[in-house]
Write a protein that binds this ligand. Structure first.
Ligand code: FAD
Length: 334
């Protein structure tokens, strides 16, 4: 393998029902930064059916080129056809970096493609940068239960591949117009790619806002005492109005008090709201990994030495069951 032959930063732009995943837009922005350091271009690759209008959006978010692999066989995600087409594109175009969102689809697809093109994959990254001397990609991810951050390089193989956690990279402000060059890739899917048939897709309908979209998160931990006390968090979120919702630590998810999709942290979601209110949360490193980049953090904890106070901008030492109702009243009055 001559690694000098590999050029450009590729992003697998994930779409479902013709809607681009937020993480893909975040990755295009990050790819732009990496491409600048490598003096190269960003290419977004979209697979699907009737996906033409994705190209403009990707261009506005920073893609220099968009490859559209448009075929009825790619309408819904299936491992084999997607892995087949993406592998072909990578083998033909030889990018030096390929990024995927660490979503259910990205986590399924990326290892299969990396094995087929005989390269490595760093999963679940939280940081990416170009080494100024070697120009290798430095991929950072939590390791050993989040107790250390490991930086991984792939110096001898190309492309360098990573899945990246949703929410950790920031989208760039979109341009008014797209100037991306669009290529319609000729898809050839062999019969044996369709060894699985999708009979039905059942979507979970939730009336709650996704915690990654919230401007204000009122987050509860084991210190809330019982699931019934989560109503105090709901009341505070309601007082803030639209854009506010309730999230939690893993302890409460494991105890069955709240749904898994509310979990913030290393094995939950990474959030970056304007305001994060941590209630009865100790501040374990795995929890902090998911929320410490919030704009403003308020912590309520009865233990004045709780580690959450080290990342909090404002702290209240006291019992959540007493402080939360008073806090809610104040917010209602404001
Ligand atoms: P605790 O650590 O038990 O803290 C409860 C806090 O509440 C204490 O600080 C206590 O002083 C306070 N308190 C108690 N009563 C009151 C009261 N009445 N009023 C005010 N304060 C009170 N955790 C996550 O959150 N997200 C993750 O994604 C995650 N991933 C993990 C991945 C791995 C591999 C591992 C090993 C662990 C992970 N964890 C994760 C678990 C993490 O290590 C902690 O165990 C967890 O975050 C603790 O949750 P907690 O803060 O709610 O509970």
């Amino acid at each position: 393998m001559n690694i000098q032959d590999y050029k450009g930063v590729f992003v697998f732009a994930q779409q479902e029902d013709n809607k681009l995943a937020g993480v893909s837009l975040e990755l295009v922005g990050k790819a732009k930064e990496l491409a600048k350091d490598l003096e190269t271009e960003v290419t977004a690759v979209v697979l699907g059916s009737e996906i033409g209008d994705m190209a403009k959006k990707l261009g506005r978010y920073g893609a220099d080129n968009v490859i559209l692999a448009d075929d009825p066989g790619l309408k819904v995600y299936m491992t084999e056809p997607y892995a087949h087409v993406l592998t072909q594109i990578i083998q033909e175009k030889k990018p030096e970096i390929v990024l995927y969102g660490a979503t259910a689809i990205g986590r399924d697809l990326a290892p299969r493609v990396s094995a087929r093109v005989h390269t490595g994959l760093t999963a679940d990254c939280t940081g990416l940068e170009v080494d100024p001397e070697t120009k290798n990609l430095r991929m950072t991810r939590p390791a050993f239960g989040g107790n250390i951050m490991a930086t991984i390089i792939c110096p001898e193989f190309r492309p360098q591949m990573a899945t990246v956690r949703p929410g950790v990279m920031q989208r760039i402000h979109p341009a008014g117009e797209s100037s991306a060059k669009v290529e319609n890739y000729k898809v050839e899917l062999p019969e044996e790619s369709f060894n699985v048939e999708i009979l039905d897709i059942v979507k979970k309908v939730s009336d709650k806002m996704d915690i990654q979209d919230a401007k204000v998160l009122v987050s509860g931990g084991r210190g809330m005492g019982c699931p019934e006390n989560f109503q105090l968090l709901e009341d505070l979120a309601a007082a803030f109005g639209n854009g506010a919702t309730v999230s939690s630590s893993r302890a409460c998810v494991d105890a069955g008090w709240v749904e898994k999709d509310r979990q913030v942290g290393q094995t939950g979601k990474t959030v970056r709201p304007n305001l994060y209110i941590a209630c009865g949360i100790s501040g374990a490193i795995q929890h902090l990994a998911g929320m410490e980049d919030s704009d403003l953090i308020i912590a309520i904890n009865k233990d004045e030495y709780a580690p959450i106070f080290e990342v909090a901008d404002y702290g209240v030492v006291g019992d959540v069951t007493k402080i939360l109702p008073a806090f809610t009243e104040q917010v209602k009055r404001a």
